[in-house]
Design a protein around this ligand. Structure first.
Ligand code: SF4
Length: 209
């Protein structure tokens, strides 16, 4: 019970920190509350795309949300050409769904990518971006965000994708120079100029890497 109260307080403090940086944030309990919230912002005429994300997969946001198709370049049946077309569509989406490598208690959003399509969409293009993140993504500061990325997110994703990188075998980041390296581009959202573009949905659960 005490642990739950501490974690809820932490979620509220992160929400306040994000909003102090002009990034609207909501807290939801679970998938049902998330879907109820998304139904208020996603309409069927919208082009809705998503970035690569284990969090979204775990929440069932794979190829459809209700009856609305989700453009997802990670679907297994897509060819290389089709995957690239999906990534490009994402840059002009009405709504872009993604997760985050880490969100700091100071209200910053930290992400690292291999291809960079998700980071490009985060920075500019889609009219609205919704970052959906479990409470396990919350860290104290940017230093911890970078550590979390290297020690947890990147290594777990390399294992999942079976990249040709040493961390798949060793289980720790070797700061490799491999052609399969996925730790390529880094984006930190410190502040939002247009206060209604990027939104954060914090979920009171552990999700993804
Ligand atoms: S830098 Fe290389 S070894 Fe380190 S996590 Fe990224 S891909 Fe793995």
């Amino acid at each position: 019970m005490l642990k739950e109260l501490v974690e809820q307080s932490k979620l509220r403090r992160v929400k306040a920190a994000l909003e102090a940086h002009r990034i609207p944030a909501v807290i939801v309990k679970d998938q049902k509350e998330l879907y109820d919230y998304l139904r208020t912002v996603i309409k069927k005429e919208m082009l809705v795309c998503r970035g690569g994300s284990v969090t979204l997969d775990e929440l069932g946001l794979v190829d459809h949300f209700d009856e609305i198709p989700l453009i997802n370049h990670n679907l297994a049946h897509l060819s290389t050409v089709e995957k690239e077309a999906c990534r490009r569509k994402g840059l002009d989406a009405d709504v872009y769904l993604m997760s985050s490598s880490a969100i700091t208690m100071q209200g910053e959003i930290y992400n690292m990518d291999g291809t960079g399509n998700r980071l490009a969409a985060l920075l500019y293009g889609p009219k609205q971006v919704y970052i959906i993140a479990g409470k396990n993504k919350i860290v104290e500061d940017l230093e911890q965000a970078k550590t979390r990325m290297k020690e947890i997110s990147a290594v777990q994703n390399c294992k999942r994708l079976q990249t040709n990188t040493p961390c798949v075998k060793t289980g720790v980041c070797m700061d490799c120079k491999s052609s399969g390296r996925i730790c390529c581009d880094e984006v930190i959202i410190h502040w939002q100029m247009r206060a209604d573009r990027i939104h954060v949905i914090l979920i009171d659960q552990d999700l993804g890497y």
